[in-house]
Design a protein around this ligand. Structure first.
Ligand code: GLN
Length: 476
């Protein structure tokens, strides 16, 4: 076991806490030391909380009184679009700078009940719009594996914090891949739960039919611990669903691979690592089956119509009256225009304009209407495929982490990074990214991930296959 407590997995730390070998204060201090050493250059945290040790002391007291929960005293990082009462939350946007949350998101309330210690709020693409964390109004986050590269996005701050031992685990949000893609680029496990498995109450909304909060962690077991703590039906989110909603599957031995999606645009080293991982899973008794998802080739286009439509509606609330920044123009409309024009960054403005366009009366049928039809087709195809196989496997992203600045002036290249992740958001299925190895770039080993998608409600299937894939990596 490591002597530096910050590098412990949650599972290891929880064991040591339970055996009273360490205290929550020791753990918190170990993370603070790493933060002091690394955050300046990595820019993973936008704010490090001033009461971390006090929170840890409370956890130690609860522990002394005999309470036990696997997350009691575990230090976690929280993405800056998840509300913590009395704390600032900015979604990495100038328009929300200085905004203070008036209530706890349900996921936060659940983690507080479980005794987690919150270290701070982490950097992200503004309003979660992006795949690199370069769209933050507060500067990019760097990838701890190679600081000239992005950590992925939009939950890049959370991923970098965990990968650099500045937190034992973290919360992210995933609208089109924002947990799984940074997990892939930073060598972590990242889970996008089934739509509705985790309450969205208290998340700063991006695309309400797509958003889910979930864990970024070092191991599958850790991701499962966080997921179990945050999941569940919530009266504050009418789209949330209970655990018993979906039938459970028992047999988990068939992996479907849509190889027709891998013919173009995937980095050859990523592909090689992916095939090698499948081969080792086959040796463990998994059956690898070719499947077809004909509409999956449309997923990216569908996502980039539906998501901006929902973004344009959700972001209408930032009007300079109700939250955050408020600038005076020379009329009421002038106030809106000035506040929104100044407060939103360029990518957010692009999406609001795109979304407004696809929803406008003249173009609704041509874009938004068509996209919803294609979304339904995709959902049916994935459901049918998951009647034949237990999980669907693809790489999590088509490449390892790009360099900082590489895609910033080419939004389409940036959007292409989401090619494998958006489908699960459109269909509501749970999906997980598991480290599958490294590829070498300029002498640096860059992590890449394999994504598994399961039937609605079958997170346990993802944890099972994730554990098998992870075990292979440990043997290497
Ligand atoms: N990269 C995707 C986008 O830019 C996904 C973002 C997310 O999941 N929040 O929209």
């Amino acid at each position: 076991m490591s002597s530096d407590l910050s590098t412990l997995s949650i599972t290891e730390a929880a064991k040591m806490l339970a055996a009273k070998e360490i205290s929550a204060v020791d753990l918190a201090r170990a993370c603070i030391t790493q933060i002091e050493k690394k955050n300046k250059s990595l820019n993973a945290y936008l704010e490090v909380f001033d009461d971390i040790e006090a929170q840890a002391k409370v956890a130690d007291e609860r522990h002394m009184k005999g309470e036990s929960s696997p997350l009691l005293g575990i230090p976690l990082a929280v993405k800056d679009n998840i509300l913590i009462k009395g704390r600032r939350a900015s979604a990495a946007s100038k328009i929300l700078e200085g905004y203070v949350s008036t209530y706890d998101a349900t996921v936060i309330k659940k983690l507080k009940d479980a005794g987690a210690v919150f270290l701070g709020r982490t950097n992200m693409d503004e309003f979660a719009h992006g795949s690199s964390t370069e769209n933050s109004a507060f500067g990019p986050t760097k990838n701890p594996h190679d600081e000239s590269r992005v950590p992925g996005g939009s939950s890049g701050g959370s991923a970098a914090a965990v990968a650099a031992s500045m937190a034992l685990g973290a919360l992210g949000t995933d609208t089109g891949g924002s947990i799984r893609e940074p997990a892939s680029f930073c060598g972590l496990v990242g889970l996008k739960p089934t739509y509705g498995a985790v309450s969205r109450s208290g998340l700063i909304a991006m695309g309400s039919s797509l958003d889910q909060a979930g864990p970024l962690a070092q191991t599958v077991a850790d991701a499962e611990l966080i997921f179990n703590a945050i999941r569940g039906q919530d009266p504050l989110d009418s789209t949330s669903i209970g655990e018993a909603f979906y039938p459970k599957r028992v047999e988990k031995k068939k992996i479907g691979v849509p190889r027709h999606l891998l013919k173009e645009g995937v980095d050859p080293d990523v592909l090689k690592t992916f095939e090698a991982t499948l081969a080792t899973l086959a040796l463990q008794g998994y059956e690898i089956i070719d499947i077809e998802l004909p509409s999956a080739a449309l997923a990216l286009a569908v996502y980039y119509v539906i998501m901006p439509a929902e973004v344009s509606s959700n972001l209408a609330r930032f009007d300079g009256v109700r939250y955050g920044l408020s600038l005076a123009g020379n009329s009421q409309w002038g106030d809106y225009a000035k506040t929104r024009g100044t407060g939103f960054g360029p990518e957010v403005r692009r999406r609001v304009m795109l979304g407004t366009y696809v929803l406008s009366s003249g173009y609704y049928d041509a874009y938004y209407g068509k996209a919803t039809i294609a979304r339904a087709m995709l959902r049916a195809e994935v459901r049918n495929a998951l009647e034949i196989v237990d999980v669907i496997a693809t790489p999590s992203a088509p490449s390892p982490a790009p360099r900082i600045g590489e895609n910033i002036s080419n939004p389409l290249a940036m959007y292409l990074l989401d090619i494998f992740t958006v489908t699960a958001n459109l269909t509501g299925n749970p999906a997980i990214s598991i480290p599958m190895g490294n590829v070498l770039r300029d002498g640096k080993a860059l992590p890449v991930g394999i994504q598994f998608t399961a039937a609605h409600g079958d997170e346990s299937g993802l944890f099972a296959i994730g554990t098998s894939a992870e075990a292979e990596k440990k043997l290497e």
